[in-house]
Design a protein around this ligand. Structure first.
Ligand SMILES: [Zn+2]
Length: 101
């Protein structure tokens, strides 16, 4: 689709698309869902005390800290955590696709 020079990203991954389709509604349906982002760990209601209007997004799978192997399990992250984490990693170009709305 004209992006053949871009590295394969999670957004081209069918597993990501499937995960996103169920993770986000599931996270919204369960108020006890906690964000696994480093330094977060809050529920959405807790997060919204400091980030009104925040929502759930499908997080980036991180390399395992011990093995360095990419994880293939996606989890729901707060939108703001997901964006700030990706930006911190210098993945600015991936975000246009991540939002893909
Ligand atoms: Zn979070």
């Amino acid at each position: 689709m004209g992006n053949r020079n871009l590295p394969r990203s999670k957004h081209a991954d069918p597993a990501y698309k499937r995960a996103r389709a169920y993770l986000i509604p599931a996270a919204h349906a369960d108020p006890d869902t906690r964000c696994p982002a480093p330094g977060c760990g809050l529920t959405l209601a807790e997060k919204q005390r400091t980030k009104p209007g925040d929502g759930w997004d499908c997080g980036h799978p991180e390399p395992d800290a011990l093995t360095g192997q990419a994880r293939t399990t996606y989890t729901a992250w707060h939108s703001s955590c997901n964006r700030s984490h990706g930006a911190a990693k210098g993945n600015r170009s991936r975000f246009g696709n991540a939002l893909g709305l």
